[in-house]
Design a protein around this ligand. Structure first.
Ligand code: FPP
Length: 250
C-alpha cells in the first residue's frame, strides 16, 4: 500500500501550514551558495502546492519570508525577492488553471514595488478562483501581526466603536491577517529545527506539530503524505479526556 493510499481523504486537515526550512544547508552540503538552495526550494513549493490541491486540502500556508529574515545579508534578501517575483510571474497561469486563490499575509508595505506589483497581479488573477487557498506569509511574524491587531483594536476603542468588555477570541481574530481563514490543524517544519520561529502563534494553539529532519528542497509529495498519515494517527483532544472525545456526538 502506498503512503498516499494510507491517507483517509475524509479526515484530511483543512488547513496545513509549513515552515519551509533548510534551503541554505541543503545548498552548502552540495558546495553551492545559499541562493541555489532557495531556487531548489521553489521546486519543492510547486510540488507541495500541486499535491495539496490535488488531495483536496482547502488552505495551505507557506512561511516564505519572516520579519526577521530582513536581517539576512542584503544579497540573500534581494535574491529571495527576485525569486518571489519570478515565481509569481511564472506560476500565475498554473495557479489559475488549478483554481488556486492566492492570499498574502505580512507587512506588505516593507516589500519592494517590484514584489508588490507581481503580488497584486497574481492576487487579482486568482481572485475569482474558488479551489484551494494558498496563503503566502511574506515579511510576516506573529508578534508583528498581534501588535498590529492590538493597535487597530485600541484605535477603535478610542473612537468608541469597540467596548473593551466585549473583546473575545472572535473579535481579536477579526483583526489578525488570517481573518476568515480557519486555524491550521497541522503545522509542519522541515530541517530538524524544533521551534516555531514567530509563526502563527495565536492560530496554532491546538495544531498538531510535525517535525522532520528533511531539508525543504527534499520535501516532496511522499514527505507530505507521510506527514498527513502521521497527523491522522493523532488523537485531537482540545483539552478534553480521551473518553470524552470518543463519546458519541463528539
Ligand atoms: C529557509 O531556509 C527558507 C527561507 C527563508 C525562504 C523560503 C523561500 C522559498 C522556498 C522560495 C520562495 C517561496 C515561494 C512561496 C515562491 P534557510 O535559508 O533558513 O535554510 P538554513 O536554515 O539551512 O540556512
Amino acid at each position: 500500500m502506498s503512503l498516499k493510499d494510507k491517507i483517509d481523504i475524509k479526515k484530511l486537515p483543512s488547513h496545513v501550514a509549513i515552515i519551509m526550512d533548510g534551503n541554505g544547508r541543503w545548498a552548502v552540503h552540495r558546495g553551492k551558495d545559499r541562493n541555489y538552495g532557495h531556487q531548489k526550494g521553489v521546486d519543492a513549493v510547486k510540488e507541495i502546492i500541486e499535491k495539496s490541491a490535488e488531495l483536496g486540502i482547502k488552505y495551505l500556508t507557506l512561511y516564505a519570508f519572516s520579519t526577521e529574515n530582513w536581517n539576512r545579508p542584503w544579497e540573500e534578501v534581494e535574491a529571495l525577492m527576485e525569486l518571489m517575483i519570478n515565481s509569481l510571474n511564472n506560476e500565475t497561469t498554473k495557479l489559475v488553471n488549478n483554481n488556486i486563490v492566492l492570499k498574502v499575509i505580512g507587512d506588505i508595505d516593507r516589500l519592494s514595488v517590484g514584489v508588490r506589483k507581481s503580488l497584486d497581479y497574481t492576487l487579482k488573477q486568482t481572485s475569482k478562483c474558488d479551489g484551494m487557498t494558498l496563503v503566502v506569509a511574506l515579511s510576516y511574524s506573529s508578534r508583528w501581526e498581534m501588535m498590529k491587531a492590538v493597535r487597530d483594536i485600541s484605535y477603535k476603542i478610542k473612537e468608541g466603536r469597540i467596548d473593551p468588555a466585549n473583546i473575545d477570541d472572535k473579535i481579536f481574530e477579526n483583526y489578525l491577517t488570517t481573518k476568515g481563514i480557519p486555524d491550521p490543524e497541522l503545522l509542519i517544519r522541515t530541517s530538524g529545527e524544533l521551534r516555531i520561529s514567530n509563526f502563527l502563534l495565536w492560530q496554532i494553539a491546538y495544531s498538531e506539530l510535525y517535525f522532520t529532519e528533511t531539508l525543504w528542497p527534499d520535501f516532496g509529495k511522499e514527505e507530505l503524505y507521510k506527514a498527513l498519515v502521521e497527523y491522522q494517527k493523532r488523537e485531537r483532544r482540545f483539552g478534553k479526556t480521551s473518553e470524552q472525545v470518543h463519546e458519541k456526538g463528539n
